[in-house]
Ligand binder design. Sequence first.
Ligand SMILES: [Zn+2]
Length: 476
Amino acid sequence: MEFEPVIGLEVHSQLKTQTKIFCGCSTAFGAAPNTQTCPVCLGMPGVLPVLNRTVVDFTLRMALATGCTISRESRFARKNYFYPDLPKGYQISQYELPIAEHGGIDIEAEGRPRRVRIRRIHMEEDAGKLTHDPHRPVSRVDLNRTGVPLIEIVSEPDIDSAAAAGAYLRQLRSIVRYLGICDGNLEEGSFRCDANVSIRPKGSSGLGTRTELKNLNSFRFVEKAIEHEIYRQKDVLMDGGAIVQETRLWDPGRGLTFSMRGKEEAHDYRYFPDPDLLPLVIDEEWIERVQRSLPELPDARRARFIEQYGLPDYDAGVLTSDRELADYFEACLKAFPQSKLVSNWIMGPLLGLLNAAGIPIDQAPISAGGLAGLLKLVDSGAISVKTAKNVFDEMAASGKTAAAIVAEKGLSQISDMDAIEAVVQDVLDRNSKEVEAYRGGKTKLMGFFVGEVMKATRGQANPKAVNELLRHKLKR
Ligand SMILES: [Zn+2]
């Protein structure tokens, strides 16, 4: 029997606000444990939460960017459960009336475009963080993260492969980063994903029992865990077994998922409207103001790069996947307006360098202006492409400009015809036998003469000039 996977993703995106969602505590990452707390986020009796307006602004940005319908009136609800990192005994979230619903984004995976619908986006607060001592039976709690604002983006189960799940997540991450509402860092946990995975007989319309996968803190893990889970479920069903609804953790070391606990249902949480918070009312004017503040989004920018700069679809996709990278490209282009050449140098040497060093584009050791300076030297014939690659590495290592490095090391390509002619004449004089042979018809020897001239000039002679001079002198 053939099966098809049905996958839905729940993404928690941490909003980059200065303060927490219901109090004035800082959200800065890396502070000493429990130094960014107050009676509100510690859940002391008698305190009242006050909603941070910027959280709503950021959530509206995401909702509008993904084509969601905005609820004119939404509510906060208490999600009740006990855990040591949750001092109040409940998390403030949204349940029955989320702020936004019914959106979607377009993705491309396995060579075909498709749309993944977004069921809902809602706001909630984060819980604290527990660390377990590996050597002693001791756990510590840090409540700095308690009350940090999150949005949860819940997709419809429109995803049918691990690759499509990866593409959806990358696109979503690209959008939150373009919007400037989240840094999208999977490793540090500011962009988290849980995957609901089930399989069903191919062509059927019902849904199989699903499992929820957690601990997916890289795009690669998301794809691998889903792939493994599809395979595991097929195996269970083919053996005549049944899938158990549960939460499973991805173990990257062993490359498999294992059961963590039975899956809770919504009714386990006893949701009810939070009596401390008024319904959130959003008027037309608020929505319009946010709409006007939206930046150009990845899909639109990609289309513009193709249209305006004549870039191939692939280049435009890579360059606009990240807002800073697209900005870098356009800044470089301002100083050196040859789009394909700039694109090649960014996608090749520059991204190669950044990937190898594991640093983001906004920390690139060569600025957009610096790269443009290098390309100008190549374009004017002052240095060869081969020399330029070396200068590029040197720029990255030393932080110097291309012009400074070329001057310092005497790398300028020799374009002075008199100088080159002297070398060419010398090469011909020293190789009279080859000159005879060439004139006798062995024209393949041209490569040999060019090589000798380049050797004599340490590769700095302008190849075009060398070829012209040799051809001229070898005529008779
Ligand atoms: Zn606080």
